[in-house]
Design a protein around this ligand. Structure first.
Ligand code: SAM
Length: 336
């Protein structure tokens, strides 16, 4: 690709006229939990340190992408708070001019870090919590202490990492009986409770279609609590949002399986080992770390960024062919 083709791709729209302004960055593949629906211990082999993108490489890539319209970044993993220097990494990304900077965490270590993260420029957090029952939490996460997550939720509220969003993945027979309790939290708190359909992203055999609670079913359950008013936030992405009559918080429904949102997908992903992925479910990856380490200049990296956008598929085919996600093996490797 030469310079003139770079110009043709500006402003950064993909082949399906979607404007790509959102990057999810996995900054580590390591996690301090082993959630049964996320990690396949069989396949789990961590990258060694040399394989992981350095802070400088990540910041450099964000700076280059920002010149082409990147405005929104989410930091994820693995568990992103395990990364050393997370505070300075956040502040370096913020300084580039990313005005929408958020982080997804399991909340085990957030309570201690929330204040510094906010000061460094983090805008918001999503905290993953799939049950409110301490014993069940331990079963799902293999070793987590739910009290730490509640402490983190309180700390995030206190320091203004808000609105606090809680990610819940309902799985039939495991935690689907808690959908109502999670939705009810929005009567007392202005949390955003985000119900995410269970996706086939591990190779541990745990996923079966009948275990996935569809967004339609989730809505049916929640509507027992009262009428649902639907509304849109600017730049909210794939979440369909509702407020139950009389509630202060928000319900978000994310349905990658039953009603994919590819038409409005505005994102790329950067894996912790330096590959840009045009779609969570695609097999294509574009390596930026090796060229960076071999002396590529910013223009070379720009070309790779723009090339990845140009190969972004129109849609994923999960609903037609579930096996398509076999190659993912572990969500924690790519970043959820
Ligand atoms: N460690 C962080 C955390 O727990 O939030 C960030 C990484 S985790 C992979 C990011 C999100 O992916 C979590 O909210 C998790 O619930 C979601 N996730 C993982 N496996 C999933 C699956 N099979 N289906 C749907 N969501 C999944």
């Amino acid at each position: 690709m030469n310079n003139s083709s770079i110009k043709e791709l500006l402003p950064v729209k993909d082949s399906f006229n979607r404007r790509i302004d959102y990057l999810r960055i996995s900054i580590t593949d390591k996690c301090n939990l082993k959630c049964v629906y996320c990690v396949s211990s069989k396949e789990l082999k961590y990258f060694n340190n040399a394989e992981i993108m350095t802070d400088e490489e990540i910041v450099r890539f964000v700076r280059i992408a920002h010149k082409h319209g990147l405005r929104k970044v989410r930091i994820t993993g693995g568990e992103p708070l395990l990364r050393k220097n997370i505070i300075s990494l956040i502040s370096s990304i913020k300084e580039i001019g990313i005005n929408n900077l958020s982080l997804t965490t399991n909340g085990i270590m957030l309570a201690e870090l929330a204040g510094d993260l906010k000061k460094a420029g983090l805008d918001r957090v999503n905290i993953s919590l799939d049950t409110m029952n301490a014993g069940r939490y331990k079963e799902i996460t293999k070793k987590g202490d739910i009290n730490r997550v509640w402490e983190s939720i309180k700390a995030a509220e206190r320091v203004g990492l808000s609105p606090v969003k809680i990610n819940m993945v309902p799985i039939r027979g495991i935690n689907d009986d808690e959908i109502l309790s999670f939705a009810s939290l929005t009567f007392k708190k202005d949390y955003h409770i985000r119900f995410i359909e269970f996706m086939p992203v591990t190779s541990n055999g745990m996923w079966r279609r009948e275990k996935c609670v569809s967004s339609k079913e989730i809505m049916g359950i929640i509507s027992r609590l009262g009428g649902l008013e639907s509304f849109k936030f600017r730049g909210e992405g794939p979440s369909r949002n509702y407020r139950i009559k009389g509630a202060v918080g928000v319900i978000g429904i994310i349905s990658p399986i039953s009603d994919h949102f590819c038409k409005s997908c505005n994102r790329l992903r950067l894996t912790s080992n330096g590959k840009i992925r045009p779609c969570l479910f695609s097999k294509d990856e574009v390596d930026i770390k090796t060229p960076m380490r071999n002396g590529a200049d910013d223009e070379d990296i720009e070309r790779l960024f723009l090339y990845t956008i140009s190969i972004k598929p129109e849609r994923h085919k999960l609903d037609e062919n579930i096996a398509v996600a076999d190659h993912i093996k572990n969500m924690s490797k790519i970043g959820g």
